[in-house]
Design a protein around this ligand. Structure first.
Ligand SMILES: [Zn+2]
Length: 206
């Protein structure tokens, strides 16, 4: 583990602390640069994740064409505009054509894309695209509901600090009944907002 640390990032964090008016040598902050580096490496570990390795041995051929749904997957990500967290729940559904994916792999896919500098809209699309690409299903739907600390902590546009984003392909896009069935099953917290496609705006860069 030690090998992954470099002094460049820790120097940057020390400089940042100084710029913020802090004394990086005071007791409580001495080890902060190393902690920040460790935290950031983990929170951005999705960049180096290998999707094929994540999905390895978890694709199964089945004769099953009903909706597969995994609800309430926790995600934690960092907004790329402010480097502040946004987090919430992700709901994923697909309709198999010939293959299914081990259920535990779906949260792993979410982590791969959440652990990067992100915007919620892109993360939602990437999760859906990956399932479409790897499984070639009859349809994919992904809905993410996130709270954006860059909005709520800074007190800007409070009403938008909770955002719902969605990505739908195949049967979920083409068939209103399939889409409704999915939305009924996930019972969104922001149900009113999610009636259409992507609803409220997530982080607004300034
Ligand atoms: Zn932001």
């Amino acid at each position: 583990m030690a090998a992954m640390y470099n002094t460049t990032m820790q120097d940057l964090v020390r400089n940042l602390l100084t710029e913020l008016g802090e004394d990086p040598d005071r007791e409580g902050l001495v080890r902060t640069p190393a902690r920040v580096e460790r935290a950031l490496r983990f929170l951005t570990s999705g960049y180096s994740a290998d999707l094929d390795e994540v999905l390895n041995n978890a694709l199964f051929t089945v004769d099953y064409n009903e909706m597969v749904i995994v609800k309430d997957i926790d995600f934690y990500s960092l907004c790329e505009h402010h480097l502040l967290p946004f987090f919430g729940k992700c709901h994923v559904a697909y309709i198999p054509r010939t293959q299914v994916l081990g259920l535990s792999k779906i949260p792993r896919i979410v982590d791969v894309f959440a652990r990067r500098l992100q915007i919620q809209e892109r993360m939602t699309n990437q999760i859906a695209e990956t399932i479409r690409e790897k499984l070639n299903p009859l349809g994919v739907a992904v809905v993410c509901e996130g709270t954006h600390l860059c909005m709520s902590m800074r007190g800007v546009e409070k009403q938008n600090s909770f955002a719902v984003t969605s990505a739908m392909f195949g049967a979920f896009r083409d068939n209103a009944r399939t889409r409704l069935e999915f939305l009924e099953l996930v019972k969104l917290r922001g149900a009113a907002q999610s009636a259409g496609a992507a609803a409220s705006l997530a982080c607004v860069p300034d």
